[in-house]
Ligand binder design. Sequence first.
Ligand code: ASP
Length: 332
Amino acid sequence: MKNILMIATGGTIASAEEGNGLAPALTGEQLAGYVPEIAKVCNLDIIQLMNIDSTNMRPRDWLRMAACVEEHYDAYDGFVILHGTDTMAYTAAALSYLVQDSPKPIVLTGSQRPMANPFTDAKLNLFQSVLYAASDTAHDVAVVFGGEVIAGTRARKQRTMSANAFISVNFPTLAMVRGERIVRAGTAPAAPAGPVFYHALNERVIVLKLTPEMHPSIFELLARDYDAVILETFGIGGIPEYEDASYERAIFDWVDSGRTVVLTTQVPEEGLDLGVYEVGRAYADHPGILKGDDMTTEALVAKTMWALGQTRDASELRELFYRPINHDRLPM
Ligand code: ASP
């Protein structure tokens, strides 16, 4: 039987109503106790790394999770991380960059309703996550939720209440879990040759969503606290150029000062192409401006933090940024 390590961090799955709204209360041991069927699938050990609402999760917590996986990597065949759903997509992306090319699966799951709720989705999510983590054909970081297996860099929380909370953005789901079976189209990919662990992130990264009339002087205000701006442009890549306010000047000044700009779109699906409209062309070929292309904003946040954690050299940064990792972008 496989040995699986479950790392409990909190979230709705562990939550109970204690008079002031739902808050994490149950331990990982208690949660596993609700799903005795796990014993038929694997030997499960449990670590309680933290017990928080994922709203409070931040890069230092992602580093702790990656360090926990690294410390126990040789002793286990797979890992299941119990996590709140609200920021799970960010954590899944961050772990995809912190633990690369992992032949052993690192699965994130949680639930929309607490484990003790009579209508909970927690039991099936936990069971199916363990099942996937114990399968021979699973590798790398993935979210298992609502019967879907989603690459860790492609997940997005799309629904606030329903059991099918997550979608895979601009990329097919890796597999489905139906009952006790993992169902894939075609053959499973070969195991990667890693793992490669990374230990640094630069958290000075912010996402800015363009809205009509937003003033480009916002970049000057951000310079004190941030090294990188991920700008969610309009449509396939539109950035305004007003008669009385120049985004071109603000963005080129930001890049010339040694900071990073990543352009993406605020449209939920299909990605960026700056070459299509005149309103994006000025940015299309500038070597200092990084293009998110088909990546999710969640993955762009994590990847930019990871890449800036490794280097500040512009050409090294480009190389890291455009390197496809755990299916995060289609190869150029
Ligand atoms: N607020 C909760 C969390 O993210 C929501 C959930 O887990 O579904 O921790």
